[in-house]
Design a protein around this ligand. Structure first.
Ligand SMILES: *[C@@H]1O[C@H](CO)[C@@H](O)[C@H](O)[C@H]1NC(C)=O
Ligand SMILES: *[C@@H]1O[C@H](CO)[C@@H](O)[C@H](O)[C@H]1NC(C)=O
Ligand SMILES: CC(=O)N[C@H]1CO[C@H](CO)[C@@H](O)[C@@H]1O
Length: 442
């Protein structure tokens, strides 16, 4: 987002009351796991995970990510939290799918994919926020939704998940100027038209805590969105709001941005008006976008950042309380996938898991007789779910067609089981193995 115009639009430049930290995190791993919603099992759909390498198939409440992780894909070293969201695929005219690549968001350096994470404070600086307690976790959004959430359109919750359609790529350009969720470039559903310079997903979490529970059965009811009427011109990013009495404790407002590079597909847009973009849960509407959070900061570090870092742009350099690492080290912190299936880097005949496209408007349903690798359901799975260690590997997939050209460009695939494309990278990048199935020019 273009902060100057945002701050001007909400009249905060003069008061200097805004405060936040904003930092990039590269992709740690992309696979079908969700230790929050389906612990110990293969998740029904694919997520991109960022943050510490303590990410695991199960993540008990008693765990301490700050100690378990040995690296993080995030800019600040103290941040061993994990964050994950659905990923975006492009549906080709012949019905096959390709993961939509990502590119660095504005002013974030050169992370390899991932997201930009924000921890935002209330505009009133007298009002202290509390850091999340150890073991804290929550989700935002509902993957099964296929229509606009039935909440008051002026409420903060109505602004929680939106998509920015970038017309041009400059930081100060008009289509980057308005705050997330506000202005004429954002929609609650996936853009229905070509966005010439890509799309940015904006995802806010609720910021009011019940003060007691670090989790809840649905992973959301221990949290609530703050209340108040949203100014349509400024959205909720720097909104003060009030916490409901049931959830009185104001926490940092957690916000993710994901920058999708749809430009490679700009000439492939269907002419029949159909939506070629689809989230990994088989959602072509975008209403089912969702995100998960597991707090994993070293104790007191986030609190210290919230109490002391009051930069206009939230730039990491201005937060001396926290230690940074170079982009190369962030990009080096990766995990091998644990699920034996390919979810990116090749053209897929169908979405991983059993995720046929469901347009809604009714809630999506789980496929009952899913034959995909050890799937689970919201509801009772029809077949018993084998524990992860006994997952039967899929038969080898057909090798993908070779990609023309002698050398792969940055972030392109350059190796992995079944890969027959280029294995050399253009200078100065080197081919690095992310896992058995995927090597990348980094
Ligand atoms: C994941 O969990 C397993 C079993 O609890 C454990 O053996 C392993 O060390 C964990 N991996 C990471 C990266 O924490
Ligand atoms: C489907 O279309 C994509 C994009 O044009 C192409 O790369 C792929 O080879 C096609 N696959 C099949 C099975 O026709
Ligand atoms: C301030 C602090 O404790 N930072 C730690 C962050 O993580 C690195 C390792 O990634 C430690 O070396 C630092 O001590």
């Amino acid at each position: 987002m273009n902060w100057k115009s945002l701050l001007t639009s909400v009249g905060l430049v003069a008061t200097g009351a805004q405060a936040l930290i904003r930092f990039p995190c590269a992709q740690l791993v992309t696979e079908r796991l969700d230790p929050l919603v389906t612990p110990g099992q293969v998740s029904p759909h694919v997520h991109q995970v960022i943050g510490g390498n303590g990410f695991n198939i199960t993540m008990p409440l008693t765990g301490d990510l700050a100690k378990e992780a040995t690296c993080t894909s995030c800019k600040f070293k103290e941040n061993r939290s994990n964050y994950w969201t659905a990923i975006l695929y492009w549906k080709h005219k012949n019905g096959t799918f390709t993961r939509v690549p990502q590119f660095p968001n504005h002013l974030t350096g050169s992370p390899n994919g991932g997201m930009t994470v924000y921890y935002i404070q209330p505009t009133n600086r007298q009002r202290k926020v509390r850091e999340f307690p150890k073991g804290f976790r929550m989700i935002t959004g509902n993957p099964m939704l296929r229509q606009r959430k039935a909440v008051d359109a002026t409420s903060p919750e109505a602004y929680a998940s939106t998509f920015r359609c970038w017309e041009t790529s400059g930081f100060t350009d008009a289509s980057n100027g308005s705050p997330p969720g506000a202005g004429r470039y954002d929609t609650v559903d996936l853009p229905k038209k070509r966005c010439p310079a890509g799309i940015r997903a904006n995802l806010f979490f609720p910021a009011c805590w019940d003060g007691k529970n670090i989790d809840s059965p649905d992973h959301t009811s221990h949290m609530a969105f703050f209340q108040g009427r949203v100014d349509a011109g400024s959205g909720i990013i720097l909104m003060e709001g009030t916490c409901p009495t049931t959830h009185p404790v104001r926490m940092p407002l957690l916000f993710f941005e994901t920058a999708w590079d749809t430009r490679p597909f700009n000439n492939e847009y269907p002419t029949d008006g159909s939506q070629p973009l689809v989230l990994s849960q088989g959602d072509p509407t975008g209403f089912g976008h969702h995100g998960d959070y597991m707090f994993g900061w070293e104790e007191g570090k986030l609190q210290s950042a919230m109490d002391n870092c009051f930069d206009l742009l939230g730039l990491p350099d201005s937060c001396r309380q926290l230690a940074q690492q170079p982009d190369a080290d962030m990009n080096k912190c990766v995990q091998p996938t644990r699920i034996n299936e390919r979810v990116e880097g090749v053209i897929l005949p169908e979405l991983p898991g059993c995720n046929p496209i469901q347009n809604g408007p009714g809630q999506a349903t789980m496929i009952r007789d899913c034959k995909a690798l050890s799937t689970t359901g919201f509801g009772n799975p029809v077949t018993p779910v084998p524990p992860i260690s006994t997952v039967v590997p899929l038969p080898p997939t057909q090798p993908s067609p070779p990609v023309a050209g002698p050398a792969q460009t940055r972030f392109g695939q350059c190796g992995g089981q079944g890969w027959s494309g280029p294995t050399q990278c253009v200078a100065p990048y080197a081919c690095q193995a992310t896992n058995q199935w995927y090597s990348q020019c980094l």
